[in-house]
Each structure stands twice: as structure tokens, then as C-alpha cells.
Design a binder for this molecule. Structure first.
Ligand code: DO4
Ligand code: MG
Length: 289
């Protein structure tokens, strides 16, 4: 099952979709307004999220897919977003090329302990069709399409698409500037839905693609597979939750696998579309913050 937030309605609501069928779960139980409410109910009743949703569907209003499409919002409000890095060879090579201290990236790519960093709060995280930010003091900015793991109390409950928008000029100047390259207004996007663990066939075998358009011209279009990831989602989550009491609702980005050529930098108005199999397409336009 896939879970979507309905935005722009007079009340917040959670929808579930299964193929072409869309249900307003909040109409069946007004206490289930968000994905966090559903995850909490599943945790308390010791059921899966899909089991709780299936129990609500009989009493839920049916929605058209057009209605859902017009109102799609950020599918989950994460207390914290964290990210892992250099989990794909292409990312390791790009960081080596841009940095005056290339060895740190190779060491992490080859090492057991992954790079894990704080990425965003809820207030810095946008949803589908909202604008993502590039910093006004940065000269080289890129989207980073990433498979994102959704965690309830540290356990994987689903997957979404994430965009770890980043300043390569600031990170490239000095790795100690990483927090400034990564954390700022509108630096992260997630969506369009949370796909439950049951609905993602194999998180390590998903096709992922990204397309960047400027004034209707496609500037970048590439695809890859999460099978290229050097670590598993479970390993990344295990390091993330080690000696670290994580909040009730967290999202962990699993690293970028698609890197535009060095001459490319995002500009305001650019349109970014990131698609991951079994989850969907996350679309955003760019603004300067
Ligand atoms: O060390 C830099 C960040 C790496 C990253 O964000 C990625 O590989 O996706
Ligand atoms: Mg990244």
C-alpha cells in the first residue's frame, strides 16, 4: 500500500492507494490524520501498517486519482531527517574530484562505518511540487536523488523518494563545511508517498532515475539502480540507531547514485523529477534561499 498526505483540504487527511484504488483513511477514523498516526496505531496494536489500513478501508470514502493528484502533500512530517553518504561509487568519485582532501571519501566508501549526517528538521523539509532551495552564497548546487527509508521508533516502516539538495562548492572548499553545504532552508524534499515495506519488492533492486528541465529543455536525464549501493538499508539503519535514541518519526536518506556533470549547477526555476520504482515520482522546482 502507498500512503499520501492530502494537502489543501479544510482538514489534513491521509489517503492510501492500492493500484488505481484510492481511499481517504481519515474519513474512516478521524484520529488517523497522518502517516505518523497510522504508524503509531500499528505499533500499539502490534500490527503492520498495511493491516491497520486494510481494517479502515471498508469504511473509507473512495477518492479519484485526479483528486489525489491535485492535493498531494508531503507524505510524512519527520521529526528529523538524516542522510548517509558516499554509498555509491559515482558519489565517491565526484567528491574525490571536487575536494582538496579526497582520501576521506575513499576511506568512507571502503570502510565499514558509513558516513551519516544530520540533514534536516521538519521545517526544512518540503513535499511534492513545493520549491527546493539552493543557497544564495553557493556557486555550485545539485539535486541528490536518494532512496529514503522511513522509520517509526527506529524500525523501517516504509520507503519514499528523497532529494538531498547540496552545495558542492561549499562542501568542496572544505569537508568541515559539510553542515552548511547540506542544512539550510528548503534543503530537503521527500515524497510523493510512503510505500510500505510490503509494497517494495526489493529496496536493493529498484530502478531510480532523475530528469532536470530548464525552460522546457531537458538538461539531464539518467537512471541507475539501488543495487549499486555498497551497503544495505539495514546496515545504514543499524549505524544510525546505534547509541542514538532516534525520534518517533525519522527519515534516513541512503546516498546519491546520480551526479550531473561538473559543468552543471541548479538555477532558480529548474524542474527536478526523481522516480523510484514501486514508490513514484517526486517533483520540485528550484528557488534561491
Ligand atoms: O560527504 C558528502 C555527502 C555525500 C552524500 O550526500 C551522498 O553521497 O549522497
Ligand atoms: Mg546525499
Amino acid at each position: 500500500m502507498r500512503y499520501h498526505a492530502l494537502a489543501g483540504t479544510e482538514r489534513s487527511a491521509l489517503a492510501a492507494s492500492d493500484g488505481d484504488d484510492v481511499y481517504d483513511l481519515t474519513s474512516a477514523n478521524p484520529n488517523v490524520e497522518t502517516f505518523s498516526d497510522l504508524a503509531r496505531a500499528a505499533n500499539i496494536t502490534e500490527q503492520t501498517i498495511d493491516d491497520v489500513a486494510e481494517g479502515l478501508i471498508d469504511d473509507a470514502e473512495r477518492l479519484s486519482s485526479d483528486y489525489l493528484d491535485e492535493r498531494i502533500g508531503r507524505p510524512v512530517a519527520p521529526d528529523e531527517v538524516w542522510a548517509t553518504g558516499v554509498t555509491y561509487h559515482i558519489s565517491e568519485q565526484a567528491r574525490e574530484a571536487e575536494s582538496g582532501t579526497p582520501d576521506v571519501y575513499l576511506d568512507v566508501y571502503e570502510g565499514d562505518r558509513p558516513e551519516i549526517f544530520f540533514k534536516a528538521t521538519e521545517s526544512r523539509t518540503v513535499g511534492p511540487r513545493e520549491t527546493v532551495g539552493v543557497r544564495g552564497d553557493s556557486t555550485w548546487d545539485v539535486p541528490e536523488p536518494e532512496l529514503a527509508v522511513v522509520l517509526y521508533r527506529g524500525e523501517i516502516v516504509g520507503y519514499t523518494v528523497g532529494n538531498d539538495v547540496s552545495s558542492r562548492s561549499i562542501e568542496g572548499e572544505n569537508p568541515l563545511y559539510l553542515p552548511q553545504a547540506k542544512i539550510y532552508d528548503r534543503c530537503c524534499s521527500i515524497g510523493p508517498c510512503v510505500a510500505s515495506t510490503e509494497s517494495v519488492s526489493d529496496p536493493h533492486g529498484l530502478e531510480m532515475s532523475m530528469r532536470i528541465e530548464r525552460d522546457g529543455t531537458v538538461l539531464y536525464e539518467e537512471s541507475t539502480s539501488t543495487s549499486e549501493m555498497v551497503k544495505s538499508c539495514e546496515e545504514l539503519v543499524s549505524y544510525f540507531t546505534r547509541h542514538n535514541v532516534v525520534p518517533e518519526m525519522a527519515v534516513l536518506l541512503t546516498g546519491t547514485a546520480l551526479v550531473p556533470d561538473e559543468g552543471f549547477t541548479l538555477e532558480p526555476g529548474d524542474h527536478i523529477g526523481i522516480e523510484i520504482d514501486d514508490i513514484g515520482v517526486l517533483e520540485n522546482t528550484v528557488t534561491t534561499v
